[in-house]
Design a binder for this molecule. Structure first.
Ligand SMILES: [Zn+2]
Length: 300
């Protein structure tokens, strides 16, 4: 009997790497492994352990036909190389795509992790049915991708758009990318955490939900409103430039979206004829979104 084709999507992370197996219609399995345990001291040992792991995930009735990988950049997409020795030392600075493809004898595709996350939400998550979808990742950094009619909208060289690095006029802080006032400098997770921890009654971000369910703390609400407005300013700029019909918020901070969604949309208020017809919703794929989207790269 012919075996059913499946693909594997991988989200390479600095701590954990996530793997999912898909038959193109649904996700068959999902798993997470510590990146340091997969990675080796030399490139071939990382490639060997990735290949062994992938092979072990394929059910005996199925045949692997492709692999998609999402990784935090920078990436050299022409040569299939991750250039991120700080976060992904085990998978950086060697031709990961061609070595793994040769080892498994199937095509391997590489994309930025924000892009795979966007593809995942488009195909399987909160972005289904959108014709022009903006997916924003709020986490350690801030990033995002635009998916137009199911296709990633990349720059003229085919590279991922670094949407966290749009300089906004009301911000003055210098950014590590060389620009001043980048959106990411205001909305990265640690900025929100710091603002909450500097309050007269400090609170951890992870405790905010529970705290606000018990009492109405004006200082905490003030920080969340101010954060939401900062998020909204960047989204507003992208609505003007890209005209999305839907914005999906993903990443670890998006779990708290309901606490600052109103502040986000308050930034969209416009005079008659200039209104934005866009909805802002929370992503549904959570931490496996990048790996699920990587299966879309692999072609099923
Ligand atoms: Zn920047």
């Amino acid at each position: 009997m012919d075996k059913s084709p499946v693909v594997v999507g991988i989200d390479l992370g600095g701590t954990g790497s996530r793997f999912v197996v898909s038959d193109g219609a649904s996700i068959i399995s999902r798993s997470v492994y510590r990146s340091a345990e997969i990675g080796g001291d030399v490139p071939m040992s990382s490639v060997d352990s990735l290949a062994t792991l992938i092979a072990a995930l394929i059910p005996s009735s199925c045949e692997l036909v492709g692999v998609g990988i999402g990784a935090s950049g920078p990436l050299d997409l022409d040569n299939g190389v991750v250039l991120n020795p700080h976060t992904l030392p085990w998978f950086s600075d060697f031709p990961l795509v061609s070595l793994l493809s040769n080892r498994l004898a199937v095509p391997v595709h590489l994309e930025n992790d924000a892009a795979t996350c966007a593809l995942g939400e488009y195909r399987y998550g909160a972005g289904r049915g959108s014709s022009r979808l903006l997916v924003i990742t709020l986490g350690t950094g801030a990033g995002g991708s635009l998916v137009v009619n199911g296709k990633l909208w990349n720059d003229h060289l085919g590279n991922h758009l670094e949407l966290g690095h749009i300089p906004l006029g009301f911000l003055v802080e210098d950014c590590y990318c060389g620009l001043r006032g980048c959106w990411e400098m205001a909305i990265a997770r640690e900025k929100l955490e710091k603002r909450l921890e500097e309050l007269p009654r400090p609170v951890r971000l992870s405790d905010v939900d529970e705290m606000l369910s018990r009492e109405d703390d004006q200082d905490v609400c003030g920080v969340l409103n101010s954060y939401g407005r900062d998020v909204g300013r960047g989204l507003e700029a992208y609505c003007v430039a890209f005209g999305p019909d839907r914005i999906v918020m993903s990443g670890s901070v998006s779990r708290f979206l309901s606490l600052f969604l109103e502040a986000i949309t308050s930034q969209f208020a416009r005079t008659r004829g200039f209104e934005q017809k866009v909805t802002v919703v929370q992503g549904t794929l959570e931490e496996f979104g990048g790996a699920i989207g990587a299966t879309v790269l692999a072609g099923l």
